[in-house]
Design a protein around this ligand. Structure first.
Ligand code: AMP
Length: 469
């Protein structure tokens, strides 16, 4: 742990940066920040073994702003380059620069796939101090002559082990080959597999190595609880917990994409402020939902692991695991969304007897049993059985519209169609309607479709300039 008495003022950052940091509400540097910032300011190469959630982004963005504020960028020649494995991470890092650098006159550009690049290319033409990019897009624009890398003084390779998983190491090697040999290189990785060690040995010079404990072990800040519940009471249990816990904001994780919609609509029907995030959403809808969630509306965001990847919500009070994740590591990622940077958070996992194996794997991974939590369902017990969750009157039978109507009553029908996990006997196909032709598969059935779209946020500087009135 870093010295708890250490403040940002002790790290050698200039007043403009300290002011920005203070305004966001950070009081003390996290361990990775306390250790990394002085090293980066010294101009040394560095290996940071740290995961997201440790505050590592500010660990490199703050000192970079300090260093880069002394100098000017030339057209098409960025002075620093940050490589990120995903668009979401790239967007978040770019947004961090904007936030922390608000009192500095640095220029930033973001090069990621899936967005219109004209404005970013115009920025590059004018000269940028910080270029945040995914490797593929970076090489693409380099090959098209839109960017020159001969003036890059600082290179950051972030999430190197994820880059490795995603097959980006050859691209990174190519990019490094385009950079001047005299530069400062910072490499961050949650783990250090041999391939990353080799990469570091090849491209970093006498690096200082800093390791901070993974959120898996810093989870002391997360109060982890387990609610054992039969399948048919899961939604009722979630509602009871939301009522008793009063979360400021909560993510609810489902294992399957189709359940995201089911749980979300169920919560909405019961009067909760709930939204959903799933992989089929177009980028604009995804972004709108996330921004709303950050503002507090909706309070509850139901999501799948894939759709939630890269979400960075400050001060998330609760994480609910509507399902025990199939992969135990996902549990660590999920609950790591709360209790960040030393703040208190709570995670509650709902587990049915059928999920005992997955639960055992999670408890093995975290090295202890999750403390049980009792939940009182009251009259709500069993309320979500197949029968009870449907409209009660004739609406249930015979009024199926051939087109999915957007209004809530029609959504109930969609929800019913999508219920795949009930142990109830298989539905007789179309017993309650008279379909004359087969219906197309519901959209939600493409469960494993990849996330489409940019990701969490598009930083303000990527959006069209605000008109001054
Ligand atoms: P990161 O590991 O960079 O993804 O950061 C994790 C979260 O911690 C982000 O939501 C940051 O806004 C937050 N954070 C970073 N540094 C601090 C700090 N010194 N104090 C409190 N929160 C922080």
């Amino acid at each position: 742990m870093a010295d708890p008495a250490l403040t940002f003022d002790d790290l050698g950052l200039k007043p403009e940066i300290l002011r920005a940091v203070n305004e966001i509400g950070y009081r003390t540097p996290t361990p990775i920040q306390a250790q990394a910032i002085p090293v980066v300011l010294m101009g040394r190469d560095m290996i940071g073994i740290a995961q997201t959630g440790t505050g590592k982004t500010a660990g490199f963005t703050l000192p970079m702003i300090e260093i880069l504020s002394r100098g000017r960028a030339r057209a098409r020649m960025p002075r620093s380059l940050i490589l990120e494995p995903t668009r979401e991470l790239a967007s978040q890092v770019a947004e961090n620069f904007e936030t922390y650098g608000k009192y500095d006159k640095l220029n930033y550009a973001l090069l990621i796939g899936g967005t219109n690049m004209d404005e970013q290319i115009r920025k590059l033409d004018r000269g940028v101090d910080v270029l945040v990019a995914t490797p593929g897009r970076m090489l693409d624009l380099f090959e098209r002559g839109k960017v020159l890398l001969a003036d890059v003084k600082i290179l950051v390779i972030d999430e190197a082990d994820r880059m490795l998983d995603m097959g980006f190491i050859p691209d990174i090697e190519r990019i490094i080959g385009l950079l001047p040999p005299l530069r400062q290189t910072l490499l961050f990785s949650a783990t250090m597999p041999p391939e990353i060690r080799r990469l570091a040995a090849r491209f970093l010079s006498n690096p200082k190595e800093i390791a901070v404990s993974r959120p898996a072990t810093t989870a002391e800040t997360v109060d982890q609880r387990l609610v054992r519940v039969p399948m048919r009471d899961k939604r009722a249990a979630l509602r009871a917990l939301l009522r008793s816990e009063h979360p400021r904001n909560a993510l609810v994780f489902c294992n399957r994409k189709r359940d995201v919609g089911i749980v979300c609509r169920s919560l909405q029907r019961h009067g909760f402020s709930a939204g959903q995030l799933h992989g089929d959403m177009v980028q604009s809808a995804r972004q709108e939902t996330l921004e709303g969630f950050k503002r507090g509306d909706p309070v509850v965001l139901v999501c799948s692991d894939v759709a939630a990847r890269g979400i960075d919500i400050d001060q998330l009070s609760h994480v609910f695991n509507f399902d025990v994740p199939h992969h135990a590591e996902d549990y660590v990622h999920r609950i790591g969304r709360t209790g960040r940077a030393g703040r208190a958070g709570k995670s509650i996992t709902l587990a049915t007897p059928e999920e005992a194996k997955s639960l055992a794997a999670v408890e093995r991974l975290i090295g202890r049993p999750i403390e049980p939590l009792a939940v009182d369902l009251g009259d709500d017990a069993g309320a979500d059985s197949d029968e009870a969750d449907e409209p009660r009157s004739g609406a249930r039978r015979g009024h199926r519209s051939p087109q999915p109507a957007p209004r809530p009553p029609a959504e109930k029908k969609v929800e019913r169609k999508e219920e795949p996990r009930r142990q109830a006997p298989p539905r007789r196909p179309e017993a309650d309607s008279k379909p004359s032709r087969p219906r197309p598969a519901p959209r939600q059935e493409r469960e494993d479709a990849p996330v489409i779209g940019l990701g969490d946020h598009v930083p303000a500087f990527l959006r069209p300039p605000k008109r001054k009135s």
